[in-house]
Write a new protein. Structure first.
Length: 267
């Protein structure tokens, strides 16, 4: 079932995107599973503990970050300096949207150094709002963790990412952008229109149901009227039959009485 919910946010680094001879890979920098409400934003736990606590991709038994990394590695974004597809602030852009068969969509963008920011949302979540979130998240991530993102070892061994301290930043952005109607006024109007549309459809369905009930009652009433007419006809015929039987009985009794009188009177 499609919805407009925000699932998770990730920041990773695309490796070897410009090389045709080396396979493109990704390095996970940080992630936050908003749908799973992953509240562990500390950095004191070991990598082994983090691996054991990795949350599945909504019941599928796979780490969602692994699936995202594989999807982005298979379709990476290559941004070069002066690229018109990039945002003027930080050379970040080249946004892509990948929709899955399970009602989710992956939206991501990258800069010229391969720093990629991605979110997973329901397919009804407006992509333009998701892209706005990506741009703002990228700016804040670069400001606070840009150097650590570039210096992070390739591949990484932590399931939380190489820049685990940025998890709180992702959580704050997920909280802010969780409800798209609170972010965008036009989306709020569209949501209200959808609500009104839903109520109208319910009202129409109720009206049709009531109409069906009224038609059923009218049909039943017609059947009762027909049965009443048949009963009236039959009762009238029965009444006539009983009247004729009474007449015949009375005539027979008169004849018998007359014969008896004749027998008595005539010697």
């Amino acid at each position: 079932m499609m919805d407009n919910k925000l699932r998770c946010a990730l920041v990773l680094r695309i490796e070897n995107a410009s090389s045709q001879s080396i396979e493109t890979t990704t390095t996970l920098l940080t992630k936050y599973d908003y749908a799973g409400q992953d509240n562990d934003i500390t950095t004191s736990s070991s990598d082994d503990e983090e691996d054991n606590n990795t949350k599945p991709l909504y019941g599928k038994g796979l780490d969602y970050s692994v699936l995202v990394q594989e999807a982005i590695a298979s379709d990476p974004i290559l941004i070069v300096l002066g690229d018109n597809s990039a945002d003027n602030n930080g050379n970040f852009g080249g946004f892509k949207v990948i929709q899955s068969d399970s009602s989710h969509q992956l939206i991501y963008g990258a800069d010229d150094r391969g720093i990629c920011v991605a979110v997973i949302t329901g397919q009804r979540y407006p992509s333009r709002i998701a892209i706005t979130m990506l741009k703002e998240l990228y700016t804040q991530f670069q400001f606070h963790h840009g150097e650590a993102a570039v210096m992070a070892p390739k591949g990484g061994s932590s399931s939380k990412g190489a820049v685990k301290e940025a998890t709180k930043l992702l959580r704050d952005f997920c909280d802010s952008y969780a409800d798209p109607t609170n972010v965008d006024s036009s989306q709020k109007v569209l949501s209200q229109v959808e609500n009104v549309k839903g109520r109208m459809q319910d009202n129409i369905a109720n009206m049709l149901h009531n109409t069906e009930n009224a038609e059923a009652l009218a049909e039943r009433s017609d059947q009762l009227n027909e049965q009443a007419d048949i009963f009236r006809i039959k009762s009238t015929a029965l009444k006539k039959d009983m009247w004729w039987k009474n007449i015949k009985t009375n005539i027979l009794l008169l004849i018998i009485a007359a014969v008896v009188l004749l027998i008595i009177v005539v010697p």
